[in-house]
Write a protein that binds this ligand. Structure first.
Ligand SMILES: Nc1nc2c(c(=O)[nH]1)N[C@H]1C(S)=C(S)[C@@H](COP(=O)(O)O)O[C@H]1N2
Ligand SMILES: [Mo]
Length: 199
């Protein structure tokens, strides 16, 4: 064991511990959208979970925002290599929404207003790992960042965090979403640098 001076090594070790391989830290909040920003009125907004047997569970805006919420502070990692530390959000844990949804599914297809889709294993949405967020830094989520509400799954590359989220289909088999069918990795773990198929 070497002699380590915490004053000298502390900072770089701290930030590289939080920075996945190949990423750099940015203080901006870049906007990455595959199409135009859809405008959705809160009165028209709805989020629907459809099970593999066709059962539907829907929440409107008043129902979503009256559920118990959490205020997680999260590091975000985009596949285009920027990472942003310590973003603060308000939202409802998927654990809360999926309680009482009876399913034997292993996969989820998330869909957005505007047509975007992304797939992930159901277990990656559970156990405090994912939220339907409706607040950002103490305010509404700006439309370009996914407001009224977006999915947040911060342990995967940020393309899995669907903006303008509208629903989820529970699936017994995996299917590729929008970027996944264009060659991006099916799972997208930033710590294993799973950017593209084959990584
Ligand atoms: N509906 C939708 N969600 C989306 C996207 C998109 O194009 N449409 N882009 C994804 C990608 S690639 C990233 S990096 C993040 C970007 O979120 P931001 O624009 O708030 O930074 O949203 C993800 N969610
Ligand atoms: Mo991205």
């Amino acid at each position: 064991m070497g002699v380590v001076s915490p004053g000298f090594h502390g900072r770089p070790r701290e930030s590289s511990r939080r920075l996945p391989p190949g990423q750099y830290e940015t203080h901006d909040f870049p906007v990455l959208s595959a199409g135009p920003t859809p405008r959705i009125d809160r009165e028209d907004w709805e989020f629907t979970v459809t099970t593999e047997t066709g059962d539907r569970h829907s929440w409107n805006w008043a129902e979503l925002t009256s559920l118990p919420s959490e205020s997680p502070t999260l590091d975000l990692h985009c596949v285009t290599k920027w990472s942003k530390f310590d973003t603060s959000w308000q939202g409802v844990s998927l654990d809360v929404l999926l309680t009482g949804v009876e399913t034997a599914a292993d996969f989820v297809m998330v869909s957005s207003y505007g047509g975007y889709t992304t797939n992930l294993p159901l277990e990656d949405l559970l156990d405090g790992q994912a939220w339907i967020a409706y607040g950002y830094e103490g305010d509404d989520i700006p439309p370009e960042h996914g407001g009224p509400a977006r999915l947040l799954v911060p342990h995967l590359y940020f393309w899995k965090s669907a903006k303008w989220v509208h629903g989820m289909r529970l699936l017994t088999g995996d299917e590729p979403g929008f970027w996944e069918s264009l060659g991006y990795h099916d799972y997208g773990d930033p710590w294993r640098e799973q950017r593209y198929q084959g990584d």
